[in-house]
Design a protein around this ligand. Sequence first.
Ligand code: SF4
Ligand code: SF4
Length: 362
Amino acid sequence: MAEVIKDWDNFKIVAPPLAGALLVKGLRRGRPVSAGEVLARRQGESFGDIHAPVAGVIAEISSTEIVIRRDSAAVGDPPRPVDLSGLSRAGLSRVLKELGVDLPEFLPGAPVIISTFNSEPGLTFALALLNEHRETLGAGLVAVLALNPGARVIWAVDRPGQAPAGVEEYILKYRNYPKTLPALVKKEIMGNYDPAGRGVLGLRDLQTLGRVFRTGLPLTHLVLTLGGANYFVPVGARAIDLLTFANLLPGPGDAVVAGGLIRGRTLARLEQGLGKNIEGLHLVRAPAGSGPPAPCRRCGNCARACPVGLPLFLFVHREPVAWPGLINQARSEWSGCLGCGACALACPVGRPLLALSRLLKA
Ligand code: SF4
Ligand code: SF4
């Protein structure tokens, strides 16, 4: 049931992605690691370091990932909790980063918006987090205010009476995708369009922040939607193990999508471990009898559906072979593209508009 989040513990191997992080000294194949031990440090102030999600032995280290074979007897005690109370704002940011949290980007003087919606189709954990993890969300809110002293916090909801006591509430008027994307939640509340949606936190971000702030322990597990259910899974859980557990192994032509169903990315390698930013894993069956899309009907649905008014009509009636010549002209306008796929969803003949949008934004 989507409203319950279970722990997923059904794995022998994890492979946390390195994402450009620098390995700590002395890490090598065959070395035992304890659960929560730091493995790699990420550069930049806002990216959290990477920790072993479980105790085990390092089976392999490549330029992209660290593979750990699980073995609970491999090494002794996990790290001791860090006391986060009474730290300065800079001190708290530093320690949260060291404990693995990717820090949200807050704009000075701007409100912080907490969106209680699943940002896109295929993700279902928002209600479960609201129902089952109120206390941890509350700790996340305390952490947000410690990182942004005096900030105005707005809790975006679908009906009144859901915000924690003392927190301003905003009832979102438009709740259908793509209006649930952070940038569009912010646009509705604040009136300005910021494609990065800075200052908007989803409940997954808030729960993660709250969990680390409350326990003082490294971030090792995050919530993920898998086959319509929700689980706390270790950072670096491998797609192949999750799909096997959920009985969702792909057949010829099927795709495995990591993220949401619209903006997610197709995985090329199922043995890869999922990073902290992956919110869902889906099997998308190959459509029966699919062929090349029919010619554009010039209906204009795609341009009307675009929530930020991008000029899709420049492209839609031309064949993809003509796109490269047009792309350079349009690239600057496309920096505001959300990759929301509303244009593709509105197309009656299935033109590859999301692929076009990604190409333009790249
Ligand atoms: S993906 Fe399509 S609908 Fe969405 S913002 Fe980009 S061009 Fe507009
Ligand atoms: S929605 Fe599809 S068919 Fe209609 S104008 Fe856009 S690309 Fe053409």
